[in-house]
Design a protein around this ligand. Structure first.
Ligand code: KIV
Length: 272
């Protein structure tokens, strides 16, 4: 299959919309730093998400709640400096958009001005629609996020699959339409039944990006450290790993320690 959009010089929200129209899947991964973002961009990833999962994989917190706006801006700016082609989306952290649309707009403007990212992402449906609409009126593209929304972990009490019951599934369906009609350019669907994600994808006109949402969505996203096999003791059913880089890195570090201690490194060619 020919990939229609691989040769674009810059992925935009319009390109993603075209990909949905032409049934070309969207590949999205997270990144939080310059070096990794450069590798992703060189490999022609479509979308780089500076996720608030940075709270987990970069900062070691159990939840995404503690990460701050300043920290997300720091990660976002580092990633943007590496990117030429991919669309860069920065997550709005917990507490910067819920319940106060003026604050939401101010937070989104800071992200856009101080990182140079292309868009922001925030979690929730109807309950955050005022914030989403206000951000959109400033010309800032918004990616939605439904299903398992980790910033609400204290409400859910679990990271288990969402919307398995009819009532929650119907609410999610309604929320998906609300986000699309408000003008979001795409939405993440996290850890929901594949059949529900497929229905959302059929019904809404904007691209859906799944994580634990099956294959009948417009694209997929994974956390980089998870798919590279760096994250320890995390193996949800939806996760496919593309290497054991945790082991590779540990082995390299052990070898380095050995070489230093045995005075094997540096050798004659490695000195001046
Ligand atoms: O923060 C994040 O990395 C995310 C993805 C898991 C979608 O929101």
């Amino acid at each position: 299959m020919a990939y229609l959009q691989t040769d674009v010089t810059k992925v935009t929200t319009r390109v993603l919309q075209n990909m949905k129209l032409h049934n070309e899947k969207i590949a999205m991964l997270t990144a939080y730093d310059y070096s990794m973002a450069k590798l992703l961009d060189n490999a022609k990833i479509d979308v780089v998400l500076v996720g608030d999962s940075a709270a987990n994989v970069m900062q070691g917190y159990q939840t995404t709640l503690p990460i701050t706006l300043d920290q997300m801006i720091f990660y976002g700016a580092s990633v943007v400096r590496a990117i030429k082609r991919a669309l860069v989306v920065v997550d709005m952290p917990f507490g910067t958009y819920q319940g106060n649309s003026k604050q939401a707009l101010a937070s989104a403007i800071r992200i856009m001005k101080e990182t140079g990212a292309d868009a922001v992402k925030l979690e929730g449906g109807e309950e955050v629609i005022e914030s989403i609409s206000r951000i959109l009126t400033a010309g800032i593209p918004v990616m939605g996020h439904l299903g398992l929304t980790p910033q609400s972990i204290n409400k859910f009490g679990t990271y288990a699959v969402r919307a398995t019951e009819t009532e929650e599934a119907e609410r999610l369906m309604k929320d998906a339409h609300v986000l699309a009609e408000a003008g979001c350019f795409a939405m993440v669907l996290e850890k929901i039944p594949a059949s529900l994600a497929a229905q959302v994808t059929r019904e809404v006109k904007i691209p859906t990006i799944g994580i634990g949402a099956g294959s009948d969505v417009d694209g997929q996203v994974l956390v980089l450290q998870d798919m590279l096999g760096i994250t320890q003791q995390f193996s949800p059913r939806y996760l496919r790993t593309y290497g054991s880089f945790g082991h590779e890195i540990s082995n390299a570090i052990r070898q380095y320690i050995h070489d230093v201690k045995s005075v094997d490194f540096p050798n004659e060619k490695e000195q001046y």
